[in-house]
Design a binder for this molecule. Sequence first.
Ligand SMILES: [Zn+2]
Length: 430
Amino acid sequence: MFLAACASPAPSTAPVEPESVASLLRAAEAEPDDALAAEMLRRALSIDPQRPDVHEQLFRRTGRAARGAAVAAEPVALAEAHPYDPWARLRAGRAERDAGRPEAAREHWRWALFTADLDPASAQAAFVELARLGEGARRTAQVPVHLFADESVRAHAGWRFRLRLSLHAVSEALAPILGTALVPASIQGFDAEDVGAGMAELTAAFQRRGQPDPPRGMLVLLTERYAPARGRSRKLGEAQFLGRRLIARLKEGEILSRVLAHEVLHLYGAVHLSERVDSLMNPTGGEWVLRAPNAAILKQTRKRRFGPGGLERNVLPFVDIDATIDAYLAVIGANLALRRAGIQEVLDDVSTPRARAQRLRSVAQLDPHLGDVCSFTAGLLWRAQRGPEAVRLFDTAAALYGPRTPEGRTSAARADSLLQFLQRTVPAPP
Ligand SMILES: [Zn+2]
């Protein structure tokens, strides 16, 4: 991991024994000289590059480069003196590239992305440089991510770096699937105070914060509130299906979070498969693998955007409609619950609507996103001029949501209006 490389320590004469992260951190805190303290902190990071509190201290000691210093200072030395400054990293990378050291150049530019929130313009330029230097095959796009931490996360020293480290770890883990770099666009707190630990309550507290959502980018809410083993608060995360907001519960001190990766993939349209299948998209378990059905979905959705305008502007223009329909119909069919009940069987069922709805509801309990999946796929079917299938799948979505829920009513209304449209436009058989 590239973060390990930041910490190549210079030979030191400082009396620091024994060498542990804790002792180095303590010594650095007591050290009045910034350069000496920074050296100790670099040594601490060479032992453990994933310590947010050490990164935070090193950032405090090094800060950003004065922009006026550009003319005088040698770019690589300037970046070493200000390792978290994307602008300094951008220039150092260019100097290394010009000197024929592409790997060193990449290292600086990846650093610029790690702290992109500190200078988004320089980080963007570093991303372009990385793509030019051949990293584009792996990363075709960068997605800005706005990180919001509640009080429980902010209680830890270095929480901003913890969020950057977590995002970086998930970005690296998902890069082979998404071909995308997730970069921090902003890091902020939100106050949830005494609302409890439930995902819905925390999200509602976030929405009450009195600020408009940033117009572009993913919105990632993070909490470390204790989740009781039972009850509504026990959920570990929640994401809008193909939307742009998620919330994830981190374990205490956790950097690489499976829950965060799982919820990010929901934003890309991935769905739960079966509790019996080892998969990152299984809400329980510890697996990181992705199974073929979700891989097929993500292959279509990985180029989605996170701007204003919802599905119409951020997802549909970037997917192959027919391939996406196939991927979702396969998933709907492959879902354990639906395999048991057999969605096709349910769809083709000639029994009463009431019996059909009952069976679908029992299926729905196994995946809260299944209504969204059916509704989205129904929309695609309609676009693909497969009207009768669209109507049936909107009906299915309505039953999955539950006929009395707002989403259920919307889906039922769409099924009705599409059906009326079809009846008006398709001539009745003689
Ligand atoms: Zn999930």
